[in-house]
Design a protein around this ligand. Structure first.
Ligand code: BGC
Length: 574
């Protein structure tokens, strides 16, 4: 037996429980444009979410995270924000957003919003003012403008590449009509990077945090939390900054040589000061507000640096997203994550899918040894997907993550077992990656297809009309309506698991002990104090279950006391 040093949680008073609810919370990610469309414009909206709150509450989660809902040209599905203090007209109004926050609270759900501090939209008033004001102005200093290199300044200032493909620099035309400076955009050309060395930028975001905290938001997911600070000298990345974003290697692009020492823009130490300031703002509220960082960094230790006392509370742990479906790798990964988080007193936030990553039914339906090239988007691999196998593994995977210490983020639709839509027609693709890669990388639309709510209808109950992306017709069988009627569905597995997670005191925070399974490197077993065991098999051959009462399993179990391959079981062992 190997004991992981996860500390016993302190005895919790009611007030403490209210303050640290997030330590073992399950949060449901609402990708608003694809959740539920109340008015038939093809895009999901706030009213759609309001109408489906009972569904989310019945699932048994603790919190919601809503992807950006602010006014935006939607060049990157809302991650290009034109106004941080309002709601995009196609999504709703400030008034309807307030109703949603209040109703979610009434239903016992916390509400997390998404803050996008690395860049604004190029249609944000600050950016239009910066272009108009010209070089050297205080308006330009809010962004990262630089003269170009070479004769006439015709070459970009350095070798930095956009995460979505191509150079990270765009030249502007000066107010006098002549070609002018270049601005930095680590993402789309319509997403100019802010200059976080500028005091006005820092003050503005503190004010935006307060704006939403004052309206009852319980916290924020921080977009690209590892990207805000840039080396002011803007040195070349070197090692072929150009290759840092090699088209076709999505993880490489997101990470972009993040493991380099002193990377000029990823994971620089200066970002931590920003979050220490934000923590003070969050702690000035009662109850204190929460942060969860999206930080693609080189190691669990680097991630934990964001979570030191007086810094951020939590960060997504993407290690399971990068790991293949293999017990040994999953165990090693979980051990490393738990140890790194324990060292700073933070809980791990487990993730299997989100709006940037190929859905895990599909990832697990690919040959796991062929995932090396692009673990986040294996659909670029030629290998066909075995959806049945991927679904079976996804059922086991959720029992694994829900039994581990810490919190869990669920991505809408994973509770239905939705796969990646790998064959969307090219003329419908909207992810900027598609254009910026010269039509070589399809991008992330395949995990963003609108949810199927009903067996019939124009968009399977998503809305009265077709949604912004078409659903495969076979999703009728994966609709909420169909799965509610099937006690063996993925939806019911999620509901059962989440109910048990609430009921069983052994689950959530607390220590974990790995049990060795001699001769079986395809089986992972751990116990939680109080007589709980989780067994996960990533192999084919059945494995004997320990003595105890099975309270949940990902597949029906045979009578001989074994667990079949690619399956998981929860047992009470006292
Ligand atoms: C978000 C993406 C977005 C990017 C730029 C990411 O990390 O999750 O959806 O495209 O940040 O804002």
């Amino acid at each position: 037996m190997t004991t992981v040093t996860t500390p016993e949680p302190l005895p919790r008073t009611a007030a403490a429980a209210e303050h640290d609810w997030w330590r073992d919370a399950v949060t449901y990610q609402l990708y608003i444009r694809s959740f539920a469309d109340s008015d038939g414009d093809g895009l999901g909206d706030v009213e759609g979410i309001r109408s489906r709150l009972p569904y989310i509450a019945a699932l048994g989660v603790d919190a919601l995270w809503i992807n950006p809902w602010y006014p935006s040209p939607q060049a990157d599905a809302g991650y290009d924000v034109a106004d941080y203090r309002a709601i995009h007209p196609a999504f709703g109004t400030l008034e309807s957003a307030q109703k949603l926050i209040d109703e979610a609270h009434d239903a016992g759900l916390k509400v997390l919003l998404d803050i996008v501090p690395n860049h604004t939209s190029d249609e944000h008033p600050w950016f239009t003012a910066a272009v108009a004001a010209g070089p050297g102005s205080p308006e330009r200093d809010r962004y990262v403008f630089r003269p170009g290199q070479g004769p006439g300044g015709d070459e970009p200032p350095n070798d930095w590449r956009s995460v979505f493909g191509g150079t990270a620099w765009q030249r502007v035309t000066d107010p006098d009509g002549r070609p002018g400076e270049w601005y930095l955009h680590l993402f789309d050309v319509k997403q100019p990077d802010l200059n976080w060395a500028n005091a006005e930028v820092r003050a503005e975001f503190v004010d935006v945090l307060r704006f939403w905290f004052d309206r009852g938001a319980d916290g924020f997911r921080i977009d690209v939390a590892h990207g805000l600070a840039k080396d002011p000298m803007l040195p070349d990345v070197g090692v072929g900054g150009g290759e840092a974003s090699t088209v076709g290697h999505e993880e490489e692009k997101i990470l972009g040589h993040v493991d380099l020492e002193d990377h000029p823009y990823w994971d620089r130490p200066e970002v931590h000061e920003i979050y220490a300031d934000w923590r003070r703002v969050a702690d000035s509220y009662d109850p204190p507000r929460l942060f969860v960082a999206e930080a693609w960094v080189a190691s669990s230790e680097k991630l934990a640096a964001y979570l030191r006392p007086a810094h951020l509370h939590t960060a997504f742990d993407f290690e399971f997203v990068r790991a293949p479906w293999a017990a040994g790798k999953l165990r090693a990964t979980a051990t490393t994550s738990l140890a790194a988080h324990d060292a700073v007193g933070a809980p791990v936030m487990w993730v299997l899918s989100n709006h940037d990553i190929a859905r895990h039914v599909t990832r697990y339906g690919k040959p796991q040894d062929a995932r090396g090239t692009d673990p986040l988007h294996p659909y670029d691999d030629a290998a066909p997907t075995d959806i049945g196998l991927g679904t079976r593994r996804a059922r086991a995977a959720i029992l694994l993550v829900l039994a581990l210490p810490g919190g869990v983020y669920l991505y809408q639709g994973e509770e239905l077992g939705l796969p990646e839509v790998e064959d969307l027609p090219e003329d419908l693709l909207q992810d900027p990656t598609w254009e910026r890669s010269g039509h070589r990388v399809r991008g992330r639309d395949g995990c963003r297809v609108p949810l199927p709510w009903a067996r019939n209808g124009e968009s399977l109950g998503f809305g009265p009309n077709p949604g912004w992306l078409p659903q495969p017709p076979e999703w009728a069988h994966l609709s909420v309506e169909a799965e509610e009627a099937d006690r063996g569905s993925m939806l019911w597995l999620y509901r059962d698991a989440l109910r048990l997670r609430r009921e069983l005191p052994q689950l959530g925070g607390g220590p974990l002990t790995w049990a060795d399974t001699p001769g079986r490197d395809d089986v992972l077993t751990f116990t939680r104090p109080g007589g709980f065991t989780c067994v996960v098999s990533t192999g084919r051959a059945p494995v004997a279950l320990p003595a105890g009462r099975v309270v949940l399993s990902s597949v029906p179990l045979p009578a001989d006391g074994t667990l079949p391959g690619d399956a998981a079981a929860w047992l009470l062992t006292t």
